[in-house]
Design a binder for this molecule. Sequence first.
Ligand code: G6P
Length: 372
Amino acid sequence: AAADKGGYSSFMQKEILEQPDAVANTIRGRVHDGAVVVPELEAFGDERLASIRRIIVIACGTAAYAGLVAKYAIERWARIPVEVELSHEFRYREPVLGDDALVVSISQSGETMDTLMAVKYAREQGAQTISVCNTQGATIPRESDAAIYTHAGPEIAVASTKAFVAQITALYLFGLHLARVRGTLDASAQREAIDELLGVPGKLETVLAESAKVEQLAHWMADTRAVLFLGRHVGFPIALEGALKLKELAYIHAEGFAAGELKHGPIALIEPGQPVFVVVPSPRGEHSLHPKVVSNIQEIRARGARVIAIAEAGDAAVLPFADEVLRIPLAGPLFEPLLAVVPLQLFAMHLSSAKGLDVDQPRNLAKSVTVE
Ligand code: G6P
């Protein structure tokens, strides 16, 4: 049965290992002849989609970070402005909405009260609504004009892992469908993005197969009191998610920052021995932010930080400045987050176990928060 640990030490471990399937199952049936066609969006109506002038993504917790990742891809592909906001902030600030606004909610459970109230409010204000959800027939998709289901399978562990990669996948499919309808991406660029997406499950297998180093690192770091996470562009929300996982699972003070923001404040936190995870973008491509992130690493290293870099296979530029390097396979810039998040999930999980904590049921948290 799906709600059986099946020999794994925790549901979380099982769910982390199920991520290749979560992505593959979410793509299935939505790619046809080199184009993304999401049947649920066909029902919503392509003309209606083409009339949208802006997108507001609302969600809480990990789902909100999936939205932040997707913002980069949807804007890049569909050339439409995307804002991402926490549901509870959105709901109570009198947002300016109308029928040219599309509110995309993301919720694994489909029952999060903060997000449900925000969706209802958006509808009352005349906005169109689409739900990205992992639970068939849940309240939020029922209250929305359309639903794009993620097919991650039931997620039992309280802290979200496989639902996160499935949410990014579903939002990328949404972005590619929208780009096709809006005519903002030529056929070869669409095909390239689809090939990247189809390659993700296999690359996730590679990341998962090389997880022993992360486990060892977590054991070495079991006494750590605070950890910082840095990233840039799509790596920024991954830094936020890495920090959230560590708070949730290991009760360690953790913060994620945009690497470019370091010099505007957070660098004051760096003292000798401070562990800092850095999500390093690929050095390939002429617009790569790699040199900027490497220079951030040099800056913190010079102040004594203990740097753990998550970097593309073969990236040698990080070696002189990193204490540890965790490798991910080569992928297009927008697809790196789907891989880079995995070592951070594993790190939090193993650190939680190393501290003897309950990985699946962290204190004070609920899987689905059905109160405001
Ligand atoms: C709870 C869970 C988080 C989750 C958040 C949003 O706080 O502990 O792991 O990210 O709710 O849940 P949802 O079901 O709306 O995605």
